[in-house]
Ligand binder design. Structure first.
Ligand code: XMP
Length: 528
């Protein structure tokens, strides 16, 4: 497949050069939240790309290295030749100091945590509301001990006398602390000052403008061609569908694969929202039998994931061929995908060799050779929160946009062991009761992800005078920001009790409900 980069806003943009800090992505998010478009590139991108970017300002991120290391990343001098404001954060400040002839002191001792800085002056820090003392987050070893020519100290702490510096005549700024993390309470305002006051930019990056621009770009890119989209009902593909529908209307055909492993009524909901309400062309492929057939006899989680992934590709590819032939004979040229910016950044990083695969995820990759599409990825430069805002602005229901994530293999990894239709039907109903009550108790938005899990074991219960020997359902709810680590949600007992009573009363095939109290690590969020 050929990949076509999505063109981005041409005016008002910040270039971020990444020196490897774990906080780099946060810088980009803060700049976007300030209403300014930005992109992040590795510190060593070619000089030509730096000038082609036509930035209005540059931010140099922090990084794990010491400027004294022999292979330490250096700032490309071209950055300073652009004549635009430059803000160096932590390593970015040290590299800037070193570039202009200042002294950076190497240190094995790490200053990490909250600090109070005294603001001494300079255009960047002076306008903040609670100067002269500012709470900030420090995380550094080395520090600047001697200013380069023309620079002045703009903030200090007792242990770090040059906590911020600037050369106002050239709009060069350095911060030893991290304004991008939430532990620096004025950090957002500070980044806002850099982009608005120092770089002189407005607030053009907002949902309405993004939609307008994207629609125009999609129309130019796609022309009169036909586009195919795999619509899953998840946030990303849903927003792509709504956006492309706005841009090219009937030239978009969505394929929605119902694998029989979806939540209760999910297939009907997707059809109602997209086909009926929005008028999007959606082909629903009912492939439950095919998926259940492929899963028959499999109980190993990885085997199940692979079977689901492979079946998905087969079903989707067949639908794509059917659509490609088209009733009016127009060949489909483009495949739309809901790739978002963190995927782009992560996949660039993962080339450096990753650790163990704990679970293999699948997506619409690896289509057969006869399906040679070009890719159109209108969300490729957007963060998840931006995608959500776009979805709401495009008229998608809030509930759908702010829904908990749902794994690609669906209930296939929430039914332990072999997957059967009978189990999926029971699980769907139990899960739906759990979701209803989470919302009723106002806990849905307080958990990052919650769901029911089917245990293929039977337990004895008593109903009236009778014995009930039936299945076990586990409830799982977690709190997490990044899904890498998670804590089980401390749900109120009366919520758990209501859910448990309803499941056992309303679903006769269930005789027992348990609550999962495992955190990640060592457990994972899904059970398989
Ligand atoms: P784990 O279980 O690895 O889950 O702690 C972390 C997050 O990833 C989701 N997940 C998946 N998402 N395809 C997906 O699209 C998958 O195969 C898959 N497996 C897990 C999980 O729901 C949680 O949000």
């Amino acid at each position: 497949m050929t990949q076509t980069a999505t063109p981005t806003i041409k005016s008002e943009r910040i270039l971020i050069l990444d020196f490897g800090s774990q906080y780099s992505q946060l810088i980009a998010r803060r700049v976007r939240e300030a209403g300014v478009f930005c992109e992040m590139y590795p510190w060593d991108i070619e000089t030509s790309r730096i000038s082609e970017f036509e930035a209005d300002g540059v931010i140099l991120s922090g990084g794990p290295e010491s400027v004294h290391a022999s292979d330490a990343p250096k700032i490309n001098a071209a950055v300073f030749g652009l004549g635009i404001p430059v803000l160096g954060i932590c390593y970015g400040m040290q590299a800037m100091a070193s570039h202009f002839g200042g002294q950076v002191q190497a240190s094995d001792v790490h200053e990490f945590g909250a600090a109070k800085i005294e603001v001494k002056g300079g255009a960047l820090l002076s306008g903040l509301s609670i100067e002269p003392n500012l709470d900030v987050w420090m995380s550094h070893g080395d520090k600047v001990v001697e200013l380069p020519a023309g620079f002045e100290v703009s903030a200090a702490t007792p242990s770090c006398p040059i906590a911020a510096m600037s050369r106002e005549s050239d709009h060069l700024y350095g911060l030893q602390f991290h304004p991008e993390v939430t532990h620096t309470p004025q950090g957002e305002a500070l980044i806002g000052r850099f982009v608005h006051e120092i770089c002189g930019l407005g607030h053009a990056w907002n949902s309405e403008n993004i939609i307008e621009l994207r629609v125009q770009q999609m129309r130019e890119q796609i022309g009169n061609d036909q586009v195919l989209l795999g619509l899953s009902g998840g946030v990303d593909s849903s927003v792509v569908a709504a956006l492309l529908h706005e841009a090219i209307g009937d030239q978009l055909t969505c394929v929605f694969v119902d694998n029989g492993l979806l939540r209760l009524n999910e297939g009907d909901d997707v059809m109602r929202i997209f086909a009926k309400n929005l008028g999007v062309k959606v082909i629903r492929v009912d492939a439950e039998d095919q998926f259940l057939g492929a899963l028959a006899g499999l109980s190993d989680p990885e085997d199940k994931r692979k079977a689901i992934g492979k079946t998905f590709i087969d079903v989707f590819a067949q639908a794509a061929r059917d659509v490609s032939k088209g009733s009016d004979g127009k060949k489909v040229k483009w495949l739309a995908q809901g790739t978002i910016y963190p995927d782009v950044i992560e996949s660039a990083k993962s080339h450096q060799g990753k650790a163990h695969v704990i679970k293999s995820h699948h997506n619409v990759g690896g289509l057969p050779d006869d399906l040679d599409f070009d890719l159109v990825e209108p969300l490729r430069d957007l963060f998840k929160d931006e995608v959500r805002k776009l979805g709401v602005a495009l008229g998608l229901p809030r509930d759908m946009i702010y829904r908990h994530p749902f794994p690609g293999p669906g209930l296939g990894v929430r039914i332990l062991g072999e997957v059967k239709k009978e189990y999926a039907d029971i699980l769907r109903r139990a899960d739906d009761i759990f979701m209803q009550e989470l919302r009723a108790f106002d806990w849905y938005d307080k958990t990052a992800q919650a769901f029911a899990v089917f245990q293929p074991v039977k337990s004895v219960g008593v109903v009236g005078d009778g014995r009930r020997y039936a299945w076990v359902i586990a409830l799982r709810a977690v709190e997490t920001i990044d899904f890498m680590t998670a804590r089980f949600a401390h749900l109120p007992y009366d919520l758990i009790e209501t859910v448990s009573n309803r499941i056992m009363n309303e679903i006769k095939e269930v005789s027992r409900v348990t609550y999962d109290v495992s955190s990640k690590p060592p457990a994972t969020i899904e059970w398989e």
